[in-house]
Design a protein around this ligand. Structure first.
Ligand code: 5GP
Length: 191
């Protein structure tokens, strides 16, 4: 008997050139908005690492970095394992910190850098955590936004691209830890 194995198919949604151009524009917006001030970028591990490194290098301000690690409680079930039939990437709603900030955000201009804004649960959780530090300002920079999937409202000041409801990989985004190093952002089919 043969076992049917589906080979994942990657289709480019956003090319490296489109990403580079938009990241440059976002960096110009941040440079303009915080002119004469210093900022701290807080990247959400691991997906935002590549976006943060490209964005930060194009911002002409006095800037430092920190990183926060979060994960949803439990593993996200695959559709086959999940009786409710949720998509494999559905947030489970409960977030826990796996790597805390190294420093206080009190009185700092904080730019929270995230790869993708999906249901909004993760960023709402991190935003509350950062606001407890009483930063001078807190702004969110998200490279991608899937507005159709939102479960909790959240306002991101800097958004790269609004995209449809599809699972994307590349430019820091993974599927089971793979594909983060793809230079383009691709839709993955048959993962
Ligand atoms: P939220 O809490 O907004 O639902 O989830 C945000 C997180 O879900 C992202 O930081 C990312 O880890 C993950 N995520 C949501 N959509 C996608 C996607 O299309 N591709 C990948 N690789 N991760 C996603």
């Amino acid at each position: 008997m043969y076992k049917i194995v589906l080979v994942p198919e990657l289709k480019v949604l956003l090319s490296r050139n489109q990403i580079a151009q938009r990241v440059t524009e976002m960096a110009e917006d941040i440079t303009r908005d915080f002119k004469g001030q210093s900022i701290i970028f807080v990247g959400v591990l691991k997906g935002a690492a590549i976006f943060l490194s490209d964005l930060a290098r194009q911002v002409s301000l006095d800037a430092t970095f920190d990183f926060i690690g979060v994960s949803s409680y439990g593993n996200r079930p695959t559709p086959a394992e999940d009786p409710a039939g949720h998509a494999a990437w559905d947030s489970l709603g409960e977030v826990r910190v796996t790597k805390d900030l190294d420093q206080s955000m009190t009185d700092r201009n904080v730019i929270l850098v995230e790869d993708i804004l999906d249901t909004g649960l993760t960023l709402n959780y991190i935003q509350k955590l950062l606001l407890a530090h009483q930063p001078r300002t807190l702004r969110i920079a998200a490279l991608l936004d899937k507005p159709s999937r939102r479960k909790q409202p959240i306002h991101a000041h800097y958004i790269g691209f609004a995209i449809p409801d599809a699972y994307v990989v590349g430019y820091g985004l993974d599927y089971a830890e793979r594909y983060r190093n793809l230079p383009d952002i691709c839709v993955i089919e048959n993962p």
